[in-house]
Design a protein around this ligand. Structure first.
Ligand code: NAD
Length: 297
């Protein structure tokens, strides 16, 4: 069993780290939050003061951080992960970040002779807790092969998407679909309400028809049809509107840089931006239905 340093014990990182402990690994956690660290300790993990200190002792270093800014700093700063990791260590970044930062960090790791994968996830907090995440992995064949058993302990579907940064490319495309489809499903329920159609009836029909999608069947934005969806608990996150906006902005930055035309992605980004500005940044992203119902003003 390996010694794993796990940096970023938030909504996603904590349950992922707990699954590595359950799989028999020795996990040392790092976070800015004392509450998060206490939870890891209570689950049988050890603690370190900072990423560099944790990396020095580890065979595998996993990061689950908010954005590219934190990832670049923790990996590339003097005394950071790349500088501190021991020879032969494997680096896994599961944060959702821009492709450019992912490739910059992977390049620095490779120059130091370390194996690294970018391995962002889909599946949310529920998938992180259940160990059923989907991992989209970018990196060399050797890095993927070395990372696979650790990703298996935290997820169910592990896909090698290509070279450095391609995991992030897949994640950005996937979440552009998710943002657009959540708006589509929300608009349909709001229209159904106006037309006097019971939301449960629309669900019963569309969940078995051509309108079927994850936003409908697993994360339904109206209370009732899918008991586990955030709609049943006042849209408590889950996956916040701010995180969805972050991913949509990443998709639009990437589209601009690559010369891809994504008009619905642009509209979804603009609508989520207004939803976040309305004071709902911390609300679950499926709460966009309330914003649409209220006129999206
Ligand atoms: P979160 O904000 O709950 O967790 C991030 C953690 O990182 C926090 O505990 C924070 O204290 C810690 N952190 C920040 N800066 C740090 C630093 N310098 N040193 C140590 N710790 C630091 O976020 P989350 O929901 O767990 O998401 C993490 C990543 O996963 C994001 O990139 C997000 O886009 C992605 N993601 C989230 C979900 C989801 O449903 N929440 C789903 C898929 C992907």
């Amino acid at each position: 069993m390996a010694h794993v340093a796990f940096i970023g014990l938030g909504n996603m990182g904590l349950p992922m780290a707990q699954n590595l402990i359950k799989a028999g690994h020795q996990v040392t956690g790092v976070d800015l939050s004392t509450a998060a660290k206490d939870k890891l300790k209570a689950s049988g993990g050890a603690l370190a003061d900072n990423a560099g200190a944790a990396a020095r002792e580890a065979d595998v270093i996993v990061t689950m951080l908010p954005s590219g800014k934190e990832v670049r700093a923790l990996y590339l700063d003097a005394g950071g992960i790349v500088a501190s990791a021991k020879k032969g260590a494997l680096l896994i970044d599961s944060s959702t970040i821009d492709v450019e930062s992912a490739r910059a960090v992977a390049k620095a790791a490779t120059e130091k002779g370390l194996l690294m994968v970018d391995a962002p996830v889909s599946g949310g907090v529920g998938g992180a807790s259940a160990g059923t995440l989907t991992f989209m992995v970018g990196g060399s064949d050797a890095a993927f092969a070395k990372a696979k058993p650790f990703l298996d302990a935290m997820g169910k579907t592990i896909v090698h998407a290509g070279g450095d940064g391609n995991g992030q490319a897949a994640k950005i495309c996937n979440n552009m679909i998710l943002g657009i489809s959540m708006i589509a499903v929300s608009e349909a329920f709001v229209l159904a309400e106006k037309l006097g159609l019971d939301p449960q009836k629309l669900f019963d029909i569309s969940s078995k028809s051509s309108g079927q999608c994850w936003s409908m069947t697993s994360y339904c934005p109206v209370p009732g049809p899918v008991p586990a969806s955030p709609a049943n608990r006042d849209y408590q996150a889950g996956f916040t509107a701010a995180m969805m906006l972050k991913d949509l902005k990443l998709s639009q930055d990437a589209a601009k840089a690559a010369g891809a035309v994504t008009p619905l992605g642009a509209d979804a980004s603009s609508l989520y931006s207004r939803y976040v500005e309305s004071g709902e940044a911390g609300r679950d992203f499926s709460g966009i239905i309330r914003f649409i119902r209220g006129g999206a003003a």
